[in-house]
Design a protein around this ligand. Structure first.
Ligand code: PBG
Ligand code: ZN
Length: 325
């Protein structure tokens, strides 16, 4: 059937028809809001490259967590900025570490809000790498033990789900085994399964103070040029016990997100990373784009590509927009 018998515009002609034929939905239930918890008190410092996002001490984190819950957002993803960093990232797996204290405070004051924790070493090591260093390089197998300790201390403090982001081989299995052996076989694991070495993490590294002090992350994070490798990484993590697969970054990797959606039955998450947020904010501040239109377009694109869950710094704004505020 061709023009003029068929006219594609007929069902686009009114808002009612457009509503009726929409293929993709976005709900507040799909969102996770990342937060940066800093050691100390009275701290609320805006990240210069991420307007609206703050490094905050625990009392401010708790206050914002209440706001997040009131907006109906089901979960937060926590990152920690410890008092001190060292070569082996001790604060990461200390029961009195910054994240452990933050988890306990949120679970006490905002028990209904799900707490997901980023499990990695880079925020806690003085060299800024995601594992411990031996002979100038990340020691994969020695790092696994520390990641498992870190994840265990998070769930002991009350974390509802752990999300390893380090990209070491075998880390999902190591964490799963440690959690299971310690009575936490009910705690789900969301793996940063498909994580690329990306320039889009720049603003995050300011927020988390986690820039590598030498070299870069290309020996553990994936090459942006690869797509088949994404399926392999996801397969390995599913074999090792991941419950949710994540693709990161999002916007430049929608093809990868679709690929993962089609190859696996497990829920798929996407991380709408810091640089993606900063670009929207910067262009909107200059009046070059409309923030709300572009943000909603980006988030629907993640849903259209197959994401069940979207981790995004826009979550609070989106929750308000979805309520019509
Ligand atoms: C830690 C981690 C990073 C991000 C999430 N977890 C940074 C990195 O790997 O360098 C990036 C998040 C963002 O850019 O918003 N490994
Ligand atoms: Zn890391």
């Amino acid at each position: 059937m061709f023009f003029p018998q068929f006219r594609a515009r007929r069902i686009r002609a009114s808002e009612t028809f457009r509503r009726m034929v929409r293929e993709t939905t976005l709900s507040v239930n799909d969102l996770i809001y990342p937060m940066f918890s800093a050691f100390g008190s009275g701290i609320r410092k805006e990240i210069s490259s991420m307007p609206g996002i703050f490094q905050q001490s625990i009392e401010h984190i708790v206050a914002e967590a209440k706001e997040v819950q009131a907006l109906g957002i089901p979960a937060v993803l926590l990152f920690g900025i410890p008092e001190t960093k060292d070569a082996v990232g001790s604060d990461a797996y200390s029961d009195s570490g910054i994240i452990q204290e933050t988890i306990r405070a949120i679970k006490k004051e905002v028990p209904g809000l799900a707490v997901v924790t980023d499990v990695c070493m880079c925020e806690y090591t003085d060299h800024g790498h995601c594992g411990i260093i031996k002979d100038g390089d990340v020691d994969n197998d020695a790092t696994l033990e520390l990641l498992a300790k870190e994840a265990l201390s998070h769930v002991r403090a009350g974390a509802d789900m752990v999300a390893p982001s380090d990209m070491m081989d075998g880390r999902v299995a190591a964490i799963r085994e440690t959690l299971d052996d310690n009575g936490f076989d009910h705690i789900p694991l969301m793996s940063y399964a498909v994580k690329y070495a990306s320039g889009y993490y720049g603003p995050f590294r300011e927020a988390a103070e986690s820039t590598p002090q030498f070299g870069d992350r290309r020996s553990y994070q994936m090459d942006a040029r690869n797509r088949r490798e994404a399926v392999l990484e996801a397969e390995l993590d599913i074999e090792e016990g991941a419950d949710i697969l994540m693709v990161k970054p999002g916007l430049a990797y929608l093809d990868v997100l679709r690929e993962i959606r089609e190859n696996f039955t497990q829920p798929v998450a996407v991380y709408n990373v810091s640089g993606e947020y900063s670009m929207v904010k910067a262009a909107a501040e200059r009046g070059w784009i409309d923030e709300r239109t572009v943000t909603m377009e980006n988030l629907h694109a993640f849903r259209r590509a197959g994401a069940d869950i979207i981790i995004t710094y826009h979550a609070k704004d989106v929750a308000r927009w979805l309520k019509g505020l």
